[in-house]
Design a protein around this ligand. Structure first.
Ligand SMILES: Cc1cc2nc3c(=O)[nH]c(=O)nc-3n(C[C@H](O)[C@H](O)[C@H](O)COP(=O)(O)OP(=O)(O)OC[C@H]3O[C@@H](n4cnc5c(N)ncnc54)[C@H](O)[C@@H]3O)c2cc1C
Ligand code: SF4
Length: 494
């Protein structure tokens, strides 16, 4: 450790972003590169604290604490401070095959468990990861790798981060890997869920190009269970890894949900990105919020992506409803102690943009939609809501209660449902008679990843339910290791 007092000398300088006023005029990424001198000094803020909780990647109280791919964070922090960028890159890819994705979209549970964050502000770990990998691409350090062929064939279903990670590691030890994807573009929710301004799609195609040149085959626009049966894959490959996500959306069970103008968030986001990539939105094949009053039901990250997308369309207004209370400004030490994930109020990029445009955070807390009302043409006209409170039941669980007299009517032209997901789709599990867990995800133990059907493995959201990209990457890697052991008796995948 060359600067033992860096954490006292330098204050945290956050990620550099374009201003909300500027960025809402286009669909380009909002993030900017930082001055190298600033990045170097941010590396020096790492205390090299002895027990790096930031490596952890464990579940504490049901939430993620530390980095799920176990990035060797203090090591690359120090290397950045010393200006040894290539070494820092080599250290980073020992644990993370796709830092360019996590650097952009990971909510950074590492920072929540950073020791410096216990008393001061945590190290800008996520931004250091971003600077290391972008420098590596710019310098040409990211190259293709080919291993001696084993002659074993593996099919990976789904090209999201879990499928990409599984394919990357299986290919790296010489297996012949084919990724089968029903969409016309690979990348899963990174391609068609997360909007371009958060993760530019050229970042995904840059990586896919490297993977293809490394020998991985991608079979696009091919749905397993429809265009090709799951059994055919089991019969024709030595192993199958199912990484098909958990895309069954949670619906809203209220009157009026069938009205014109009520959409699932994913239909809204996916059609927008596809049209943007196909034609720069000229083909009009997307759900437009232009000039409309938008109501988003769901206060989470998907809702935020809908806010930012609606604003770029030029919506007239946007409101977001959340049934839960607003999180506290700071973590509550008694119930949510460090190094747990800090449950605290954050203003994400979409809300920042809404505030700059309308002068107000679009989120409304402790509010529940009661019904949606339409006009004579069957189009959405209003959303009726009521406020709620949360109280402990006799059994000890929290239950919501409506506040009488708090009913409100909101004018709306478009309603977007962003209330989460209910698990994987049924076609593949039904065909192969795969066991499910209590949440309807595929049953396969973490660390083992094998289903009840011989040679069929599973990873990512399909196994753990909707989660994070960094968890999908880690599961893809660990599942690849188990597949490799199954095929070869042992594995060098670490
Ligand atoms: C709108 C939105 C925003 C998000 N933002 C973030 C974020 O900022 N940060 C973060 O960490 N996480 C985020 N997430 C969660 C994250 O995207 C997922 O946890 C992650 O993508 C899961 O990866 P996966 O590979 O398991 O599945 P997916 O990414 O869902 O990929 C599954 C793939 O399988 C394909 N597929 C499905 N069925 C079949 C079939 N029968 N045949 C062939 N292919 C099939 C699908 O088309 C898809 O491409 C977000 C999720 C959503 C919905
Ligand atoms: S992948 Fe996520 S948790 Fe891990 S170091 Fe990067 S930002 Fe932190």
């Amino acid at each position: 450790m060359t600067n033992a007092s860096g954490f006292l000398e330098y204050e945290r300088i956050d990620t550099k972003k374009r201003s909300p006023e500027e960025r809402i005029k286009d669909w380009n990424e909002i993030r900017l590169r930082q001055d190298p001198e600033v990045v170097k000094n941010q590396g020096a803020r790492c205390m090299n604290c002895g027990i790096p909780f930031c490596h952890g990647g464990v579940l504490l109280n049901g939430t993620t604490s530390g980095c799920p791919v176990h990035n060797l964070i203090p090591e690359w922090n120090e290397l950045v401070y010393q200006g040894q960028w290539k070494e820092a890159y080599l250290r980073l890819i020992r644990t993370n095959p796709f830092p360019e994705f996590t650097a952009r979209v990971c909510p950074a549970p590492c920072e929540g468990s950073c020791t410096e964050g216990y008393i001061m502000e945590s190290v800008t770990i996520n931004n250091l990861e971003y600077e290391i990998i972008e420098r590596a691409f710019a310098e040409g350090w990211v190259t293709i790798k080919k291993a001696l062929e084993t002659g074993k064939k593996v099919a990976v279903v789904g090209s999201g981060p879990a499928g990409m990670s599984a394919a990357h590691y299986l290919n790296s030890v010489g297996h012949d890997v084919t990724v089968i994807e029903r969409d016309d573009r690979a990348g899963g929710l990174m391609m068609y869920g997360i909007p371009n301004m958060k993760l530019e799609k050229k970042i995904i195609t840059r990586r896919l190009d490297i993977m293809q040149r490394s020998g991985i085959k991608f079979l696009l626009s091919t749905e397993v269970g429809k265009d090709i049966s799951a059994q055919e894959l089991v019969d024709n490959y030595d192993a199958v890894v199912l990484c098909a996500g958990a895309s069954k959306a949670r619906g809203l069970d209220v009157a009026g949900k069938e009205l014109k103008g009520v959409h699932y968030a994913m239909d809204f986001l996916k059609s927008n990105t596809k049209s943007l990539l196909d034609s720069n939105l000229v083909d009009g094949s997307y759900i437009s919020a232009k000039g409309k009053r938008v109501i988003i039901i769901g206060g989470g990250d998907t809702g935020t992506d809908c806010v930012a997308t609606s604003i770029r369309h030029g919506c007239e207004s946007v409101h977001q409803f959340e049934i839960l209370p607003q999180p506290p400004a700071k973590r509550i030490e008694e119930s949510n102690p460090w190094p747990e994930w800090p449950n605290k109020f954050k203003v994400a990029y979409g809300q920042e943009e809404a505030i700059s445009l309308y002068g107000k955070d679009p989120r409304n807390y402790l509010i529940s939609a009661k019904k949606i009302v339409g006009n004579e043409q069957g189009e959405v006209k209003e959303v009726h809501t009521v406020e709620v409170t949360w109280n402990k039941s006799a059994a000890g669980s929290m239950v919501s209660q409506e506040v009488s007299g708090s009913e409100k009517v909101w004018n709306a032209d478009i309603v977007l449902l962003a209330m989460g997901f209910m698990g994987p789709e049924d076609a593949i599990p039904d065909e192969l008679k795969l066991e499910r867990d209590s949440k309807s995800n595929l049953k396969a133990e973490y660390g083992v990843f094998e289903t009840n059907v011989e040679k069929v493995f599973t990873a990512g959201d399909m196994r753990r339910g909707q989660s994070l990209i960094v968890w999908a990457i880690q599961e893809g890697k660990l599942a690849a290791r188990e597949v490799d052991k199954y095929l070869m008796g042992d594995s060098v995948i670490k």
